[in-house]
Design a protein around this ligand. Structure first.
Ligand code: SAM
Length: 221
């Protein structure tokens, strides 16, 4: 009986996406290289220190933790449909640095697919990084309405996503298709956002697979 239980548990682990994520997330966070790789991208977001940022599709919040190192007064709300909070304490960026106050400047909120349980008009910026392509087509308008509701009147939505290298290029993790920047722009504008600007950058993964990212900024009004 014990052997069967053990085998089921091992099978569950090997099928789980969490195991795969754990490997990448355990890369030591304090590596200067990690910060340098992302500094260029983050500088294009146009953030101000001290803002309230909602990181939508935050996963463990690792990317917000990277932003935080250059914006230490900023308050992060990490929102995901999965409760990654439980995993967070295993990661080096939460564990190793006693002077590092990210823990005090971030909170986790577990959301439902199209409903984010937070107050309206709260955030200066919403960052939706490598997450927009994961929204199901029939949920997109609802998600964009939620983002609009949560932004302050002068707030901005920043959508960062992978530019497909070829027709049919999918995200290996979630299997969703990556979208052309123009498609995202069109969909977001249709929900009443005003397009502000587009930038691009190269996202370097720790496994040395590089992607081109587009950074699209929109105003709520
Ligand atoms: C590829 S990860 C991106 C992680 C992180 N933002 C980054 O750039 O490294 C996409 C995340 O979006 C989350 N997600 C997908 N749909 C969502 C939704 N409707 N609301 C909140 N989170 C969602 C997934 O659970 C996943 O953690």
């Amino acid at each position: 009986m014990r052997t069967i239980l053990f085998l089921c548990f091992a099978l569950l682990l090997s099928c789980s996406g969490l195991k795969k994520y754990t490997v990448e997330e355990n890369v030591p966070f304090n590596e200067e290289a990690v910060q340098v790789i992302f500094d260029d991208e983050i500088s294009k977001y146009g953030l101000q220190n001290g803002e309230k940022i909602l990181d939508l599709g935050s996963f463990t919040g690792k990317f917000s933790a990277i932003i935080f190192r250059n914006y230490p007064q900023t308050k992060f709300t990490l929102v995901d449909v999965y409760n990654y909070k439980k995993l967070l304490f295993n990661y080096s960026f939460e564990r190793n640095d006693s002077t590092y106050n990210f823990r005090k400047n971030r909170r986790f909120v577990k959301s439902r697919l199209t409903k984010i349980p937070l107050k309206s008009n709260t955030f200066d910026k919403i960052l939706c990084r490598r997450t927009y392509h994961e929204f199901r087509p029939f949920n997109k308008a609802l998600m964009l309405a939620e983002m609009k509701r949560l932004l302050k009147e002068d707030g901005e939505l920043i959508i960062v996503d992978v530019i497909p290298n070829y027709l049919g290029h999918t995200d290996a993790g979630c299997k969703s298709l990556y979208l052309e920047a123009n498609t995202i722009m069109h969909e977001v504008k249709r929900q009443g956002f005003t397009f502000v600007k587009e930038d691009s950058t190269t996202y370097k993964r720790t496994d040395s697979t590089d992607y081109n990212l587009s950074i699209l900024k929109f105003k709520k009004q």
